[in-house]
Design a binder for this molecule. Structure first.
Ligand code: NAD
Ligand code: MG
Length: 339
């Protein structure tokens, strides 16, 4: 059922996109590319055939590190969030979405896709990420949608409540919540993980999801969708990501339990579990330098995913067509691991 729904939706997307692209999107996309300094255009094959092996960055990657939280705009190569390529077909027309971590990486790719599918989008991020967030706001607005920026630290429960209240006020409601912000730091041994670090990871990845979701649910109408971001680490934990992987297992479990509760309210709850994606998370302590240089090379695709390559899953899960899809976890991991 789920698979049929999805492939049907994809077919419609591909079929519908060609004319729309030719008629309406060309100008916007040229502007978007300029706005972000010209990203590669490897993702978003709507309207044509695209070889997943061709044209995507592969390891070895250049050594690089940034202070936490890193900026996408300072990565080499720059991640491809679908800025130049994602084409919408109105699948989320009139919807109202809040995306945490919407400034960069997977959250930015989702923000771009949602706006081009017709949704107004509020993004949360840390104040230090304002340069990345500004790019996203421009991209949402150039898709003709309302962009709301709500910077702040989601480790604080009171801020999480204000975040949801502000998003609802500015958007005029809320019917898509994407819990996507995440904290990931590599530690070789459990002996290197301080209580402060452990707490930081759990507050960002688990507590904030709980607080934001709890604040949002009373205001979400039937038909609304909650999408959490888990990881392949939920089922196959990396030895250097003990605390992070444990939060991702929690997110998967929470998603399935909450979905059962929310079915009675008509709210669907699902998760996406990415494999290796080329995002800022990885260049500010998320990986060892050795792992970063070889990032994604151990998958059958022999490369990491680009954020724009996972955004379609978040679109599918938010869209009304997926009305029987809840309590599930969907993966995109280059052929390795399970969601
Ligand atoms: P990213 O760095 O672009 O996004 C993470 C975002 O989290 C940051 O942009 C930041 O805005 C936000 N954030 C972190 N701490 C915060 C805090 N205290 N308050 C507010 N915002 C905070 O990296 P990404 O890889 O796109 O990460 C998005 C999600 O994807 C995360 O949940 C991550 O665990 C998950 N994920 C990523 C990968 C990967 O390989 N990149 C794999 C599996 C899962
Ligand atoms: Mg960021």
């Amino acid at each position: 059922m789920g698979a049929d729904t999805f492939s049907g939706a994809r077919r419609r997307l591909v079929q519908g996109a060609a004319g729309f692209a030719a008629a309406a999107v060309g100008v916007t996309h040229a502007a978007d590319t300029a706005a972000v300094g010209g990203s590669s255009n490897n993702t978003g094959a709507h309207g044509g055939l695209k070889d997943p092996r061709a044209g995507f960055p592969k390891p070895p990657f250049p050594e690089q590190s940034q202070e936490w939280p890193a900026l996408a705009s300072r990565m080499s190569p720059r991640p491809d969030h679908g800025e130049a390529t994602y084409r919408g077909t109105g699948r989320l027309t009139g919807r109202k979405a809040l995306i945490t971590g919407g400034d960069s990486g997977i959250g930015r790719a989702v923000a771009i896709a949602y706006a081009r599918e017709g949704a107004d989008v509020a993004i949360n991020y840390l104040p230090q990420e304002e340069p990345d967030a500004t790019e996203v706001v421009r991209l949402i607005e150039s898709a003709g949608r309302k962009a709301v920026r709500i910077p702040g630290d989601i480790r604080d429960e009171k801020f999480c409540e204000r975040l949801v209240a502000t998003a609802i006020k500015e958007l005029g409601g809320l019917d898509i919540l994407v819990n996507n912000a995440g904290r990931q730091q590599s530690h070789e041994s459990i002996l290197d993980i301080s209580t402060e670090q452990f707490d930081w990871t759990f507050r960002t990845n688990v507590y904030a999801m709980f607080w934001i979701t709890k604040a949002a649910i009373p205001r979400m109408p039937p038909g609304a969708a909650i999408i959490n971001t888990s990881s392949v680490n939920a089922t196959d934990p990396s030895e250097n990501l003990l605390d992070y992987a444990a939060t991702k297992a929690t997110i998967t479990n929470f998603t399935k339990g909450l979905a059962k509760q929310m079915a009675g309210r008509g709210i669907r709850v699902n998760a996406v579990a990415p494999g290796p994606f080329w995002t800022p998370l990885q260049v500010c302590g998320g990986q060892t330098m050795e792992k970063l240089k070889a990032f994604g090379g151990d998958t059958p695709m022999k490369r990491p995913g680009q954020p724009g390559e996972i955004a379609p899953l978040y679109v599918d899960l938010a869209a009304a067509e997926a009305s029987y899809v809840t309590g599930q976890v969907f993966g995109a991991s280059g052929g390795k691991g399970i969601p």
